[in-house]
Structures are given as C-alpha cells and as structure tokens.
Ligand binder design. Sequence first.
Ligand code: PAF
Length: 287
Amino acid sequence: MKVVTAQNELNKLIDRSNRNGKSVGYVPTMGFLHEGHLSLVSQAKANNDIVVMSIFVNPAQFGPGEDYEAYPRDLERDVALAEKAGVDFVFAPSVEEMYPTDGGIRILPGQQADVLCGASRLGHFDGVLKVLLKLFNIVDPDRSYFGMKDAQQLAIIETFVRDYFLRTEIVRVPTVRESDGLAKSSRNVNLSETERLEAPFLYQALQMGQKRIGVSSPDEIEKAIAEFISKQTSGIVDYAKVLSYPSLSEVSEDDSEIILACAVKFSKTRLIDNIIMSTKDDTSCSE
Ligand code: PAF
C-alpha cells in the first residue's frame, strides 16, 4: 500500500492512461476508521481492481463552533487499518494541499440540504460537495462508496453526480452497528460513559417509529421519536423527522422509500442515525 499526500502525485499514479483498464473503487473518509469504513473498503475491493481511500478532515464542512478541532484523528492507526483491509492507495493530504487558493467559487446543494442536518449545520453540505468535487477529480474513480448512516449526504451526492454528469457510480453501503444497535461512528469516542449507554436509544426510537408508519401520521411519529429519546437519554434532540427518500421532501402516497432520521446533541458530540424503509414491502432496506 502506498500513502500519498500530494494530489498531483496520486492523480499521476492512478491516471486512466496508467490504469490498463483496471477499475478504481474509492472510499472517501475523514479518518479515525471503524468497521463502517472497513465495510466500504470490502465492498470496493469486491467490485474493483484498485482501492483508493482518502483520509481528510475537511474544514469546509464544519461550521463555527462545530467539532473540527475535536474531531478524532489518528493517521498512523488509520494507515495500518487501511493496509490490513487491502487498500492500495491512501490519500492523506494537508489542508493547504486541498485548499491552496480560495477563488470564492461555491457549490450549493438544492432543497435536499434545507432539512435535517442541513437545517442545523448551515453550509455543511456546501463544504461536502466542494471537497468531493476536488477528490473525484483527483481520484477519477469508477465507483465511490458511501455509508447509509449519512443518508442525507448520500442523497445529495447522488443528485450532484447525476445532475453534473460526474463520472463515478455512487454505491450505497448499509450502516454497520455495534451489538447494542448504536451506529458505528468516529464521533462515538467523544461520548461519556453514561452517554455511551444511552446512545443505542436513538436506534430504538427509530425502530419504534418505523412500526408506526402507516398507522400514525409523520408528525405524530416524529413527536414520538423525539419524546422517546428525550426520556431515555440526557441528549438534546436536534431533529426527529420522517421524510420521503431520497428527495427528502414531505412524505406522500407515491413514495417508494421513507427515511426516519434523528440527530441528538450530547455533551461533547452530536450523533445521527436513520432507518430507510421501502414502502412497498414494508421492510427496511438500510439501517
Ligand atoms: O462522510 C464523510 O466522512 C465526509 O463527509 C466525506 C464524504 C469524506 C467528505 O469530507
């Protein structure tokens, strides 16, 4: 495995003219790897000849007062885990490498970013799209792998890639959970011992809400999810929403997929979770 920090070096190494027809699977991350990331790698390995992972904590997607500084980092450990998982190239650039100039050009997502995390983290998805456009241009991947825990991010990226004719296929990968149901996240290390015990209630609240789809209204379900979380945890509910997926608009009769999503602020970190369910056969298609 090779670790590269310069974007032009990586671009040269895996340029299409050097690929000899080999396919590239790409796993973009902000590091502090966990089994969720490793499941993206194993999918990428299964379907591609070469696997590239980027590790970059992207300042552009953190707002003032958010956890950019506190975001956990351990490049040495990440590189060892990536190598063991079979990654071929790790791209670990500095902030200066990724943002050498700022000509002020902005990439703005549409209405999918007006709800859920986009409503409470203003500009967050602008920063995600900005870094991804750069990363897609550097790596030029055939397929890119994203976890369904960040379901809103995934929906916006799918729209971005479709609308701007970006030459990568977006592959959805199901959320990986701890044995008690907590979705794996790099941010889980910033939970206190008590909060860690409370955190699985997010998923339980969503599962409770899922059982009420078709029985209660979206509003009632949202209220029930928020109440359940407030009762069972010390966290503050940022949102509990039931929406159509991937449009992230209000639920309607024609929806084929519905998302139940929540975000909860704990003392040092904010967790998100979701269930995406098919309305056709009533089974969840991602959790
Ligand atoms: O999901 C993440 O870790 C980040 O938002 C991403 C896609 C790597 C962009 O910085």
